[in-house]
Write a new protein. Structure first.
Length: 202
C-alpha cells in the first residue's frame, strides 16, 4: 500500500504541465488561515530564498495610489471586491522578473483567471491543504472576514472553502497536506515536497 501511495504522489506531480520554475520561485496558495505566511518564512529561511507577502505589496500599492495606510481587510471593505482583486492582480504582475523568492498569496489570489495565469508564469505553485475545521477555528479567533456571511458563517465558509479548493488543486504543482500541529514540522514537510519535485525535474 505504501508503494502505491508514493507512486500516486509522483504521478500527480508529473501530470502537471508546469514544471519546477527556472527562476527558483515558490508560490504558496491556500485558504486564508492555512499558514502561508508563517510557513513561507520558514521555507525561505531553509532554502535560502527571499520571502514576500503579497498582502504587503498590495498595501504598498494602495498607499502609493490613495495616500492612506490601510490593512488588507480595510482595503477590501472600503473599496470593494473589484478594486481589491484588480490591485491583487497588479501586485502579482509587478513581481514579474523576481527570482529566488517565496511568495505567500492571499486566499483569493487565484480566483481570477488572469491572476492564475500570472501566478503560473511567476513560479512553482504549492497548495497548503489544511483541514477546513482547523481553518474555521482559526478564522473565528481572528475575526470573520468580509467574504463570509456573518449570519451563517459555517455554511458560508464551507461553500467558499470547497469552491476555492477546486481552484487550488487544479492550479498547484504540489499539494502539501498539513495537520494542525507544530509549525516546524509543517515547514519541514513542505520543504521535503519541494526538494522532491526538484529531484524529479533533474
Amino acid at each position: 500500500m505504501k508503494k502505491k501511495g508514493k507512486k500516486g504522489r509522483n504521478k500527480a506531480i508529473s501530470k502537471k504541465k508546469h514544471s519546477f520554475h527556472p527562476g527558483g520561485n515558490i508560490i504558496l496558495i491556500g485558504f486564508k488561515g492555512s499558514g502561508k505566511t508563517s510557513i513561507g518564512k520558514g521555507i525561505a529561511r531553509l532554502l535560502n530564498k527571499r520571502f514576500i507577502d503579497l498582502d504587503d505589496v498590495i498595501r504598498a500599492m494602495h498607499r502609493e495610489l490613495k495616500g492612506t495606510r490601510l490593512t488588507i481587510r480595510e482595503i477590501y471593505q472600503n473599496h470593494g471586491r473589484k478594486y481589491f482583486r484588480e490591485k491583487e492582480q497588479h501586485a502579482i504582475i509587478k513581481l514579474k522578473g523576481h527570482k529566488n523568492i517565496v511568495l505567500a498569496t492571499g486566499g483569493g489570489a487565484p480566483v481570477l483567471r488572469k491572476s492564475r495565469h500570472e501566478l503560473r508564469k511567476l513560479g512553482t505553485i504549492i497548495f497548503l491543504d489544511v483541514h477546513p475545521k482547523a481553518i474555521y477555528q482559526r478564522m473565528l479567533k481572528r475575526g470573520i472576514p468580509p467574504i463570509i456571511d456573518r449570519k451563517n458563517p459555517l455554511s458560508s465558509f464551507l461553500k467558499l472553502f470547497n469552491e476555492r479548493k477546486t481552484i487550488y488543486n487544479k492550479l498547484a504543482d504540489i499539494r502539501v497536506s498539513l495537520k494542525n500541529g507544530p509549525l516546524g514540522k509543517n515547514i519541514a514537510k513542505a520543504v521535503n515536497e519541494i526538494r522532491r519535485l526538484e529531484r524529479l525535474e533533474k
